[in-house]
Design a protein around this ligand. Structure first.
Ligand code: GCU
Length: 427
């Protein structure tokens, strides 16, 4: 029984069962579509200034995306207690200080526990040393649990797995290390704070009952009620709250990174929480960076039936009816402006519609232009391994749906440039 549960969990987490062949992968079969206007308000006013964008159109779009796709994030605050439950000042061969920080969220007489795994560089070298007394930070969820992204036996199982009470052998310590090249990141002078996303909202149709949603007063938002993606985005902001209070962290240099379903959540977190200076979507696909109206790869009907617990119920109305959507994902991406946005795709990940991801970033560019910033220059995609690092950044790499060292190297080069470090400065 436990084995079946775990297998199911792995399948859901890796998307194995979701990928079925009926999706369209033929560019010639993409319908003619019209994207909803980015810079025209609901009352018809054309937005030509930053002030109009910030005062009118941006709040309008925030509401539209919340009510139609991700759900409304409750305004109520829940209590959070932080406790450093383990520390190792000589982690990664002395290169980093590792902390394990237990977050206890409480509300409505209940508690939810989540464990952050933190790596802080011990030494900075070269130009970094002069410029930094505090370090920039990558914040991002992991899928398989903290214990799976390192081979360090001192790293505890994420609370979600402890609740499942599965024996250690099944939990496969270190099986997800390749997506978190910790030494490489630390050597570049970045801290990393990660947490298993299941701690915040267990990723299954019944997950709400064990999630942070239970800490809030009864939800009366109906079809606009938040679910997993909203909760994951909210959780990233709680991680940022903690990071911003740390002496070692540069609160002005936070990057949020998310892969796939976590890329969707990272974009929604980045839209809402302006502390994220760089927002990175790694192959976030449908409901993330990809334009829904292209109907290419994964579609609304498919995602909302495979994962009914991710989006607010209103989004399911557009199953098979993408052309009726009153919004599309370029509008979500534009909500990150004037901060930095990085959208990345993989050639072998057509399920996520790389072209749709690129085009959404391209069509978000007019908002960057309002600020005098550089979005993407043309509707034609760059070649493989030819990143564009403007105020909106994009790359497509060879290979399958994954997070690779290549991806991380681009993200770090980009962040170096945005934060004004060393050889990549001059952005
Ligand atoms: C499935 C799902 C995608 C999601 C992916 C993932 O493939 O259909 O929408 O992005 O899983 O999170 O890996």
């Amino acid at each position: 029984m436990k084995r079946t549960l775990l297998l199911l969990l792995i399948m859901v987490t890796t998307g194995i069962y979701a990928q079925q062949p009926e999706a369209n992968y033929d560019e010639a079969r993409v319908p003619k579509y019209t994207l909803p206007e980015l810079l025209t308000c609901e009352d018809g006013t054309t937005v030509t200034t930053v002030r109009q964008w910030e005062r009118r159109r941006r709040p309008e779009l925030m509401r539209i995306m919340a009510d139609g796709e991700y759900g409304r994030t409750p305004k109520a605050k829940v209590k959070v207690r932080y406790e450093v439950v383990a520390e190792n000042r000589q982690a990664l061969n002395g290169k980093a200080t590792q902390q394990q920080v237990l977050f206890t969220f409480s509300g409505q007489g209940r508690e939810v526990k989540a464990l952050a795994l933190v790596y802080i560089p011990n030494h900075l070298s070269g130009p970094q040393q002069k410029q930094r007394s505090r370090v920039p930070v990558f914040i991002g969820y992991n899928f398989p649990g903290n214990h799976a992204i390192t081979d360090d036996p001192a790293v505890r199982f994420s609370p979600f797995f402890e609740r499942l009470n599965i024996d250690d052998a099944l939990l496969q310590r270190a099986r997800g290390m390749s997506r978190w090249p910790l030494s490489m990141i630390i050597e570049r002078g970045y801290a990393v704070v990660t947490m298993c996303y299941n701690d915040i909202f267990p990723d299954n149709a019944d997950g709400a009952r064990q999630s942070v949603l239970t800490l809030f007063p009864e939800n009366t938002d109906g079809d606009a009620r938040w679910q997993a993606l909203g909760a994951w985005a909210w959780g990233s902001s709680r991680i940022a709250d903690w990071v911003c209070r740390q002496r070692w962290a540069d609160a002005h240099k936070l990057a949020i990174i998310g892969h796939s379903r976590q890329g969707k959540a990272a974009l929604w977190a980045g839209a809402q929480d302006t502390r994220f200076e760089v927002v990175i979507s790694n192959e976030s696909g449908c409901g993330g960076a990809a334009l829904s109206k292209r109907e290419f790869g994964e579609r609304v009907g498919r995602i909302t039936s495979s994962f009914p617990h991710w989006f607010c119920p209103a989004f399911t109305r557009y199953s098979g009816r993408e052309q009726e959507l009153p919004f599309d994902q370029h509008q979500l991406l534009a909500l990150v402006a004037p901060r930095h946005l990085y959208v990345a795709s993989a050639e072998g990940d057509q399920w996520s519609d790389p072209r749709g991801e690129y085009l959404a970033a391209y069509y978000a560019s007019p908002v960057y232009a309002l600020y005098g910033l550089r979005g993407l220059p043309s509707p034609s995609m760059p070649a493989i391994h030819q990143p564009i690092h403007n105020d909106i950044a994009y790359h497509i790499r060879a290979g399958r749906h994954d997070v690779t060292d290549y991806d991380w190297l681009q993200y770090m080069d980009y962040c170096d440039s945005v934060f004004g470090y060393g050889r990549h400065a001059g952005h």
